[in-house]
Design a protein around this ligand. Structure first.
Ligand SMILES: *[C@@H]1O[C@H](CO)[C@@H](O)[C@H](O)[C@H]1NC(C)=O
Length: 142
């Protein structure tokens, strides 16, 4: 037995689905300025890194706090916010979690606890609002 009503239902819903997906594409945030290298000592880069490391330390299961060892590259693109793409080498410090701000943490060198990780952080920022979001993070042991 055929069910013509089913076919017409499909025909009715298809255009709606298509429309929804094109709307989604339209809502994608426009890139107003493409990724361009900027100085790694830029103040916003530093703030973004500080934020990204805080998130990293919150989420990592390591007993020790990781610190920035070397900022390799920083790039900026502008969308509805500032997006910083930062390549950084981070390293395990001698400070156990949770981090006490009064501690002087140094990177573990030449010990069994020596551990370095290369990370690429994409941090979205509205620095004038103090808003930072880690939009993407890729890390691998270095
Ligand atoms: C980590 O980053 C450094 C500097 O960019 C690079 O020389 C090294 O090959 C990287 N290590 C890994 C495992 O990707």
């Amino acid at each position: 037995m055929t069910r013509p009503w089913l076919l017409s239902l499909l025909l009715l819903t298809f255009p709606a689905v298509l429309r929804a997906s094109t709307d989604l594409a339209k809502n994608k945030v426009k890139v107003l300025r493409k990724l361009k290298p900027i100085s790694t000592s830029n103040a916003n880069v530093k703030q973004c890194l500080w934020f990204a490391l805080q998130e990293y330390n919150k989420e990592s299961e390591d007993k020790y706090v990781f610190l920035v060892a070397k900022v390799q590259h920083a790039q900026l693109q502008v969308t509805d916010r500032l997006e910083y793409l930062i390549d950084v080498k981070i390293a395990r410090s001698n400070c156990r979690k949770p981090l006490n701000n009064n501690e002087n943490c140094v990177i573990q060198e030449n010990s069994k606890l020596d551990k370095k990780v290369n990370c690429s952080f994409l941090v979205g920022a509205l620095p004038w609002n103090g808003e930072f979001t880690v939009m993407n993070r890729e890390c691998e042991d270095a």
